[in-house]
Design a protein around this ligand. Structure first.
Ligand code: ATP
Length: 314
């Protein structure tokens, strides 16, 4: 298990992390989501021992990053945001070099190479210079280097950023496969990029965690509601006020007078559907229904509501 506890990070006077807390269980794939500048990379850099925290700590079982940085780094495979590769090196040489940095024996490297070449589909490019490889292949090379020492935990910072749609699908499939055997944290500023891949989503905004849960939990815990707009005529104040009192499922009902009509905004949880009861109530109250429109609230709306972002920009 990894536990990030009250993590703070200052860059000079600027506080990039304001006391981050979250946990990742063994076997979990967690999506770390936030707008540009929210503090994702900073958090991941501290978790991987690349940056020292200003306060707080990161625990991996009974080790912590302040006291046991090396031991923790040995168990982590990290793909940084800007995937630093040496373009002039051949793929093989780069992976061999990575194995040496990791302190692997030549025999261990050979076995690991076979594994990562198969897993990441690198056979075609293994003897090419890295600069001759496509962006998709470069990402695979970065991932191979991250998994070469067979770490327990994988931390990938924006792994599909800048890839074309086909490459995104390929890398996403690779990530999903890797996640079957590892603890995995993937950051992104685009919800759709990770929504399908992860078990749980942690949302960071301006250096603070603002949500943490499965997409289902986030939907129901925050704005996981259905909204219904009801446009009616002949509704008096008393009958509008009686709507939420008479129909238990309705949690919020607001009304606005528009050109002699009343436009009601009604909310209820996703599990219920009080539309028939609303229709009956309207009929019995003498309202004329001009329009009844139900909107589902999507996870995207939750993200936008929590971070003020659409999450759909590149
Ligand atoms: P992005 O996706 O744009 O990388 P992010 O969520 O990963 O965003 P961070 O890179 O962690 O965000 O940055 C968080 C904040 O800290 C931002 O306001 C950023 O400008 C600032 N920041 C990051 N690195 C430094 C640094 N080395 N010096 C000063 N400020 C920094």
């Amino acid at each position: 298990m990894i536990r990030v506890e009250n993590l703070k990070k200052y860059y000079g006077d600027f506080q990039a992390l304001k006391g981050i807390d979250f946990e990742i269980d063994d076997g979990e794939i967690v999506g770390f989501l936030g707008a540009n500048g929210a503090g994702k990379s900073t958090t991941l850099k501290v978790m991987t021992g690349y940056l020292a925290p200003s306060a707080g700590n990161v625990f991996m079982d009974d080790l912590n990053i302040q006291a046991h940085s090396l031991a923790i780094r040995q168990q982590i495979g990290y793909l940084p945001e800007m995937n630093p590769l040496y373009g002039e090196m051949r793929v093989y040489d780069y992976l061999e070099f990575t194995s040496q940095i990791r302190g692997m024996s030549p025999e261990a490297f050979k076995t690991a190479l076979d594994r990562v070449v198969d897993q990441c589909g690198l056979r075609e490019v293994i003897h090419l210079p890295i600069s001759a490889c496509s962006k998709g292949y470069k990402q695979r090379i970065g991932i191979s280097a991250a998994i070469l020492h067979d770490p327990r935990v994988l931390i990938f910072d924006e792994p599909v950023s800048g890839l074309d749609p086909n490459q995104i699908v390929e890398i996403r499939n690779l990530i999903r496969e890797l996640g079957q055997h590892k603890m995995l944290i993937i950051s992104s500023h685009i919800l759709q990029e990770i929504e399908a891949t992860v078990d749980r989503i942690v949302i960071i905004d301006h250096g603070e965690i603002v949500a943490n849960g499965t997409s289902r939990e986030l939907m129901s815990g925050f704005q996981g509601r259905t909204q219904l707009t009801l446009d009616v005529k002949y509704a008096d104040e008393a009958s509008i006020a009686g709507l939420a009192r008479n129909i238990d499922e309705i949690e919020v009902a607001d009304a606005q007078a528009v050109d002699g009509r009343s436009v009601l905004s009604i909310e209820y949880t996703r599990e219920v559907d009080p539309r028939e009861a609303i229709f009956e109530y309207a009929k019995n109250s003498g309202w004329a229904i001009l329009e009844m429109t139900q909107h589902q609230v999507h996870l995207e709306d939750v993200f936008r509501g929590l971070t003020g972002e659409g999450g759909g920009h590149a």
